[in-house]
Write a protein that binds this ligand. Structure first.
Ligand code: AMP
Ligand code: GLY
Length: 455
């Protein structure tokens, strides 16, 4: 029997817990703070564990020793959660605070890419708004303005067509941040994004399937960036050739760079990249799995995840195969939108502004079992056994199929049975790829296979 503590509280956290218990019947996951509305077998929510207080996990672990702790949330990692638990003798999977700065500071992430030969867009960093404004006015290319630190809703990057737009973005960041103003201005890249994932053990890595995240808030990729409105996996362009390029140009240099800088790193890394006409470019390094990508990628993994984690702790992960089912998944985020569209005084909804949580979430049961799953993000147990919304992205609904069309229809059929006041979602996640045959790296769909990601 294995006991694990997963530190997270998002749809990604639920997907990681689900991966543990689904692939290892002998594992029990304590999930802190987790989600108290979750009633899954062998997933035990621990609300006393706080993302912003590693000592709360120490207190839990003093009474409930576990085999290891898996920290998968950037808010926790960026304050040194993994360091604190390791310093107290716990076996931990999760990058150190110093390593998590690769995500927590855009400038740090960009510098790491330049120092270790990961291809990325040209950039400059600023702490003075006037200097940043002069820079964007002089640029001969379109740019993206990024606030340096973590942002709660993933809206810290503004993709600009013109210098005037970039100046508006800089003004907004300057007004919001005052003295703390710190931005990166980088060259705008063109192409299709891809989310790349690997499980690292500090020495080597195991590549996981890719995904395509839909980060824009509105239909047809309109509106501002947010944490993501849904994902499809695998990425429609993930051919064996592209996977090889990902390995050679992105993940190998990243792992070499971590070793060269002696950064303590175990757990998932997520490289957001652009497939441009001149090759792959890193958009950002994230020191945890993507959310909502985890919900679309991890259900397809059939390797015993507890065993993989033990291999991470033994620095032997690369000798393990990754078994995946080769199916396509589509994940749709259901978000807390505005409660009354007809009322101009009502709060605008996530991620545009204030929103009202505490909305009762209901679901009509299906007539027959279907190929869908729901991952809990911002829901909480309400009165009398009810479930209520408690944040911006409320649920992630995932459909599975042999084709993307099947996966999409399973996801949206399930979405159609769920409701809460103000529920908003994108109806076009993956739609533009529906008719294109996806290059399959793993053989027959639906049959378990060792993915090409095994080394
Ligand atoms: P980031 O905050 O770095 O994760 O960026 C959020 C989103 O902004 C990315 O997923 C892209 O959609 C977009 N983005 C960021 N950097 C660039 C870039 N250099 N060129 C084009 N789009 C970008
Ligand atoms: N899906 C984007 C993120 O996890 O940052």
């Amino acid at each position: 029997m294995t006991d694990v503590l997963v530190v997270d509280g998002t749809g990604r956290g639920h997907a990681i817990c689900d991966l543990f218990v689904r692939t290892d019947p002998d594992t029990t996951v304590y999930y802190g703070p987790g989600c108290d509305a979750l009633t899954a077998e062998r997933i035990v929510p621990v609300p006393s564990v706080r993302l912003d207080a590693p000592e709360s996990a120490l207190a839990f672990l003093a009474d409930h020793p576990v085999d290891f702790v898996f920290v998968s949330n950037i808010d926790a990692l960026s304050i040194g959660y993994a360091d604190v638990l390791a310093a107290h003798g716990h076996r931990v999977i999760g990058p150190s605070q110093e390593a998590a700065r690769l995500e927590a500071s855009k400038e740090r992430g960009k510098r790491f890419c330049d120092d270790h030969g990961l291809p990325t867009a040209r950039y400059a960093a600023f702490t003075d708004p006037a200097a940043a404004r002069a820079h964007v006015r002089a640029l001969p290319y379109a740019c993206v303005v990024k606030t340096d630190g973590l942002t709660p809703d993933g809206d810290g990057s503004v993709v600009c067509d013109t210098a005037a737009e970039a100046e508006v973005a800089l003004d907004a960041f300057a007004a919001a941040q005052g003295e703390a103003f710190q931005v990166v201005v980088e060259e705008r890249l063109y192409g299709r994004e891809i989310s790349v994932f690997a499980l690292l053990d500090g020495e080597d890595y195991l590549l996981f399937p890719t995904a395509l995240d839909f980060k824009r808030t509105l239909e047809r990729d309109a509106g501002k960036n947010c944490d993501g409105m849904g994902s499809i996996a695998p990425h429609p362009q993930a051919s064996p050739l592209l996977m090889e390029e990902i390995r050679r140009t992105l993940v190998d240099p990243l792992v070499r760079g971590l070793r060269a800088e002696r950064l303590t790193y175990s757990g998932f890394v997520y490289i957001g990249a652009m497939i441009t006409s001149t090759g792959l470019r890193v958009i950002e390094i994230n020191t945890r799995f993507g959310d909502s990508e985890a919900e679309a990628v991890l259900p397809g993994v059939h390797s015993n995840f507890t065993r993989l984690c033990r291999a991470v702790l033994d620095q032997d992960v690369a000798s393990h195969p990754l078994v995946t089912d080769g199916l396509v998944r589509c994940s749709v985020a259901l978000t807390q939108g505005c409660l009354d569209l007809a009322d101009p005084a009502t709060a605008p909804g996530w991620p545009f502004g204030a929103f009202e949580t505490g909305q009762p979430v209901t679901e009509h049961t299906a007539d027959a079992p279907d190929a869908s799953q729901v991952f809990y993000a911002n829901v909480r147990a309400g009165e009398g056994g009810s479930t209520v919304s408690s944040g911006g992205r409320v649920l992630h609904v995932v459909g599975t199929g042999i084709t993307l069309a099947d996966a999409r229809s399973a996801a949206y059929a399930r979405v159609g049975r769920i409701s809460f006041p103000g529920m908003r979602y994108r109806s076009d996640i993956g739609a533009v790829f529906e008719t294109a045959p996806a290059p399959d790296a793993t053989g027959a769909r639906g049959e378990l296979a060792v993915a090409d990601s095994g080394r």
